[in-house]
Design a protein around this ligand. Structure first.
Ligand code: FCB
Length: 459
């Protein structure tokens, strides 16, 4: 592949881009348990809030669920070979809590652990670094029935689960992340109700966000007390918020949106406080915060993961904001400059540890034609965002790695299977995987990076 394409202008571009990243820069692909595993009712796995949410009429656009998903649970070895074939050095995945502890407390499920043992061993054997996320949204349904993340008891259950995973796998992991995108869990799950568990209650949502952060801090304390040596961190979805117009109303909204999405989480983690303007805005809906909570939440982090897809636009006018930029199949603007702006701003406002872009990618309406999927728009998207990362590094931000979302097409939450984010196409009838042209591009890109690495070493 590399030989064939070496002389095209496009591959010259990729080679140049790859050479901008240092030898130890991590290039990886990412997935999450509920979105790919399937086998939701097998080998003792318990129900999660997403299994339950999928049963609500109208909750999922195509009325689908995670029962079979991409059948990754049964295709594990072939999928690990697929990851290896891309030449990436890292894989980010999540553990399904109800697969290893069906009720979220009490008995552990040995068959569940056996699956993640095989997954981690398979990565180690192939020389691929394992980046594990404890919680990518699939709370055991039994805990939801006791109040879920509204109940502080779930915090203690999470710490026990984190400890168990740390003990079993800690020494074989490159990193361990507590939560993926707590804003989504709190706000989309409990305020707008478009994600599981589907609540529409702002007071509950703010308490959930506080409990998630508290669970994060307590888990870090417990893992460090255990002597777990892998890198510990959290993953946040972040986006800079730009006012749609110069009006005062739009500027105020942009500031508030930045407060609820960015500063609420970043200030708590790095400054041991919630932003004053957001607390004022929340009024009676502020969470209950105990004396030591903010100290616990702001434990030192070994890394912070940033998921970036698009920017935020604050528009208060009645007319719909018309974007001047190209949109993805999610209707999200393609705006790589936002990633650069975000990284530079976070680096200015906070004392950041190592940064990883833990998710970045795009959905497009891909089609399989004559055994091939041509997705030039996704290649462009990835290249532009990688360039933004390289620019941010050149401006002094300590970004150590980048993970494409996603390895393969999967269950895109409330959008079901209709939105395809993969660099690998999945035929949901046969579960056959087909590398899209973006996967071939990434394979070339990792090869270019590896060869520029060996040149840098020789020099
Ligand atoms: C992120 C999620 C991930 C995926 C992408 C498109 O918010 O972490 O699971 O759904 O969006």
């Amino acid at each position: 592949m590399l030989e064939e394409s070496t002389h095209s202008a496009a591959s010259d571009e990729s080679a140049k881009l790859a050479a901008r990243f240092s030898p130890d820069f991590v290039l990886g692909v990412a997935t999450a348990a509920f979105q790919i595993e399937g086998a939701a009712d097998q080998d003792g796995r318990g129900d999660s809030i997403w299994d339950e949410f999928c049963r609500h009429p109208g909750a999922i656009a195509d009325a689908s669920n995670g029962l079979t998903a991409c059948d990754h649970y049964h295709q594990l070895d072939a999928d690990l070979d697929l990851i290896q074939s891309l030449g990436v050095s890292a894989y980010r995945f999540s553990v399904s809590w109800p697969r290893v502890q069906p009720l979220g407390q009490g008995d552990w499920n040995v068959l569940g652990f056996a699956f993640y043992d095989r997954l981690i061993e398979g990565l180690v054997k192939r020389g691929i670094a394992a980046h594990l996320t404890l919680y990518h949204w699939d709370l055991p349904q039994a805990l939801e029935e006791q109040g879920g993340w509204r109940n502080p008891h779930t915090v203690e259950c999470f710490v026990a689960y984190a400890t168990q995973i740390g003990q079993r796998y800690g020494s074989r992991l490159a990193s361990l992340c507590t939560f993926n995108e707590p804003w989504v869990v709190a706000t989309l799950g409990h305020e707008s109700g478009i994600f599981a568990p589907g609540l529409k209650d702002r007071k509950a949502a703010t308490q959930v966000s506080h409990h998630l952060l508290l669970a994060h801090g307590k888990a870090l304390l417990a893992l460090r007390a255990l002597g777990v040596t892998t890198k510990l961190g959290i993953v946040l979805n972040q986006a800079p918020q730009y006012p749609a117009t110069a009006s005062l109303a739009d500027q105020d909204k942009a500031r508030l949106d930045d407060g609820t999405l960015v500063r609420w989480y970043m200030d708590a983690l790095f400054k041991a406080s919630y932003p004053r303007d957001v607390l004022d805005y929340l009024g009676d809906d502020v969470p209950q915060i105990a004396a030591q909570d903010m100290q616990i939440i702001s434990q030192p982090l070994d890394f912070i993961g940033i998921n970036y897809y698009t920017r935020g636009v604050a528009a208060t006018a009645k007319e719909k904001f018309e974007s001047p930029y190209e949109l993805t199949d999610m209707g999200w603007e393609i705006y790589p400059q936002g990633l650069y702006d975000l990284l530079v701003r976070l680096n200015t406002d906070y004392n950041l540890p190592a940064v990883y872009i833990t998710e970045n990618g795009a959905a497009f309406p891909d089609r399989l034609i004559n055994g091939q999927v041509d997705d030039p728009a996704r290649i462009r998207y990835l290249a532009l965002h990688l360039a933004a990362v390289a620019d941010a590094i050149a401006s002094g931000v300590n970004v150590r790695g980048y993970f494409v979302w996603s390895l393969m097409d999967n269950f895109e939450w409330a959008s079901g299977y209709a939105k395809r984010f993969g660099i690998v196409y999945v035929d949901y009838a046969s579960f056959k995987r087909t590398l899209k042209s973006s996967a071939l591009w990434l394979r070339d890109f990792t090869a270019f990076h590896a060869s520029s690495v060996s040149q840098q070493k020789r020099a």
